[in-house]
Write a protein that binds this ligand. Structure first.
Ligand code: IPE
Ligand code: IPE
Ligand code: MG
Length: 245
């Protein structure tokens, strides 16, 4: 099977899952955390190398403060409870986003889990937290501007590769497949730079209902897609961004 090396998931629909059952939204987020555990394991078993989960967008800070607090509480609980399993399955945990905006306790636990799993080579699990694709590009532009100001970089040296290097996790390959649950056909500011040639897969299922079989279905669909990267026929891997000559 031709697997995507990097899968990104926009985990949407926790609120609707809860509301449709007459439950408070927080219980949807709790069920969503269970789905995360399940899908991390299923991805690892399937042989996915990189899994990136959109867990909290930069725009999600505009939600009611009670919901934000509940989400941060669940996140903290999740990291503490999952660390052992991540270690046992040799999964490396990483985080992308404006993470300095997270509550200090949560951030400390995330950093500690990332450090303890840094040498793991089974799969890389990246959590996008306080993350926005536009914010990431703005942050990259600032870093490059600083390098120019310090005389370390000439403006005409800025190319795709330099900009990519200034993103949050430049060593991760671009996502091959982006899955979105709950039917919405939009990226909602997820990995804007990196997703330029990602295959998109939308399922109507709410995130808490997303199962291992649903993941496998998405992987099978990915295998059927013909990726062209602007060429006239199928290309097996993304062309490099080195200058044409
Ligand atoms: C996704 O579920 C989780 C986060 C965005 C944090 P939602 O909370 O967006 O659920 P819906 O879209 O309102 O159903
Ligand atoms: C996207 O879901 C963000 C995450 C899944 C973390 P949203 O629910 O925030 O997206 P919109 O508002 O429907 O676009
Ligand atoms: Mg939503």
């Amino acid at each position: 099977m031709r697997l995507p090396e990097h899968v990104g998931i926009i985990m949407d629909g926790n609120g609707r899952w809860a509301t449709s059952r007459g439950l408070p939204r927080v219980l949807g987020h709790r069920a969503g955390a269970e789905a995360v555990r399940r899908i991390v394991e299923a991805s690892r078993e399937a042989g996915v190398r990189y899994l990136t989960l959109y867990a909290f967008s930069w725009e999600n800070w505009d939600r009611p403060s009670q919901e934000i607090q509940e989400l941060m509480g669940l996140l903290d609980e999740f990291i503490q409870r999952e660390l052992e399993r991540l270690l046992a399955n040799r999964i490396q945990l990483r985080v992308i986003g404006r993470i300095h905006e997270l509550p200090t306790g949560v951030l400390a636990n995330l950093r500690s889990a990332a450090a303890q799993t840094a040498a793991n080579d089974g799969m890389t699990l990246t959590l996008a937290l306080s993350y926005g694709g536009r914010q990431e590009i703005v942050d990259a532009a600032r870093r490059l501007a600083e390098q120019v100001q310090q005389g370390l970089l000439q403006p005409d040296q800025i190319d795709e590769e330099r900009l990519r290097q200034a993103l949050y996790a430049p060593d991760l390959p671009d996502p091959d497949l982006i899955i979105r649950t709950s039917g919405e056909q939009r990226l909602s500011n997820f990995l804007l730079w990196q997703s330029s040639y990602a295959e998109l897969y939308v399922t109507p299922k709410f995130w808490p209902d997303f199962t291992k079989d649903d993941l496998v279905e998405a992987l099978v669909e990915f295998e059927r897609r013909e990726r062209r990267f602007g060429r006239t026929s199928a290309v097996s891997a993304a062309p490099s961004s080195t200058p044409r000559g």
